[in-house]
Design a protein around this ligand. Structure first.
Ligand SMILES: NC(=O)c1ccc[n+]([C@@H]2O[C@H](COP(=O)([O-])OP(=O)(O)OC[C@H]3O[C@@H](n4cnc5c(N)ncnc54)[C@H](OP(=O)(O)O)[C@@H]3O)[C@@H](O)[C@H]2O)c1
Length: 253
């Protein structure tokens, strides 16, 4: 339960190794969050991150197994997590893959892997997560969407489609939660320097995980429903959304 000053005390991170998620976890711990659950495919790999979070002030850092592609395990995963922790104030849906666009254009399995990891896997775990938060009567869900879902680009339309699906789902889900005590915030980062983009040429307005974490903290404080990182992307995208396709496809995006 959020403490008397409204600070989040417990956070569940789906995609516990994500650079953006770990920067956010540190920002939360600096603001008195005491319990962090890092969930991902290889929980052993989170031991360094767990030590760092403990050193920063977290009293409990749990590492648990979670695979977004294993839909059948999601209901039990959520039940087990809420049974153990009793209370989760905030869940951060941070898992995702960029995938190989070129391969995905010729290999349906790669296209499906991207869509499943970023969209279907998220929906699959969001359904029981929302139910669990509604039962506890409070909670916030933060979902990492992407600016790539705003308008499909030739260079990464499979990833863009997966984020467009996730974003649309979360817009409707957020609306459905009004009045339940549970709320959802969508985060739309542009290019972020992280493991996901390692080795790629940075896009204009590139940021880092710390900037996205700060944006999340500010958005939560303001009760925002959608935040952009950086914030200027909101205005850039509202212009780009209306550029004719024949022009848009020629832009170096
Ligand atoms: N970096 C960017 O430019 C950018 C921009 C916009 C949005 N985003 C979104 O922000 C989120 C975090 O990205 P990031 O930049 O922090 O990248 P990251 O450091 O590569 O984190 C992505 C995480 O997703 C996990 N993951 C992938 N598939 C999974 C699965 N099937 N089950 C469970 N976990 C899985 C990865 O775990 P493994 O170690 O097991 O692979 C990794 O920890 C993603 O949703 C991404 O799409 C990123």
């Amino acid at each position: 339960m959020n403490d008397a000053l409204g600070s989040v005390q417990s956070i569940l991170i789906l995609g516990g190794g994500s650079d953006i998620a770990l920067a956010t976890a540190h920002a939360m711990v600096a603001r008195r969050c005491r319990t962090v659950v890092l969930a991902g495919r290889d929980p052993e790999a989170f031991s360094g991150a767990a030590k760092e979070l403990t050193k920063a002030g977290a009293s409990t850092v749990e590492r648990v197994s979670f695979d977004a592609l294993d839909h059948a395990s999601h209901a039990e995963f959520v039940r087990g997590t809420f049974d153990r922790e009793r209370d989760i104030d905030l869940a951060l849906v941070a898992f995702g893959v960029l995938g190989d666009q070129e391969q995905a254009e010729h290999d349906g399995a790669e296209a499906i892997r991207i869509l499943d990891s970023n969209f279907l896997g998220a929906v699959s775990v969001l359904v029981p997560l929302v139910e669990a938060m509604k039962r506890q009567g409070h909670g916030t869900i933060v979902v990492l969407s992407s600016v790539a879902g705003e308008r499909a680009r030739r260079s990464n339309f499979v990833y863009g489609a997966s984020k467009a699906g996730l974003d649309a789902y979360c817009q409707g889900l957020g609306d459905s939660l009004v009045g339940t005590g549970v709320r959802l915030m969508i985060v739309r980062p542009g290019f972020v320097h992280s493991k996901m983009t390692d080795g790629l040429a940075a896009a204009p307005l590139a940021t880092d995980p710390q900037h996205v974490a700060d944006t999340i903290i500010t958005g939560l404080g303001r009760g925002s429903e959608i935040v952009w990182a950086p914030g200027s992307l909101r205005f850039v995208m509202s212009a780009l959304r209306h550029v004719p396709r024949v022009v848009f496809r020629r832009l170096p995006l």
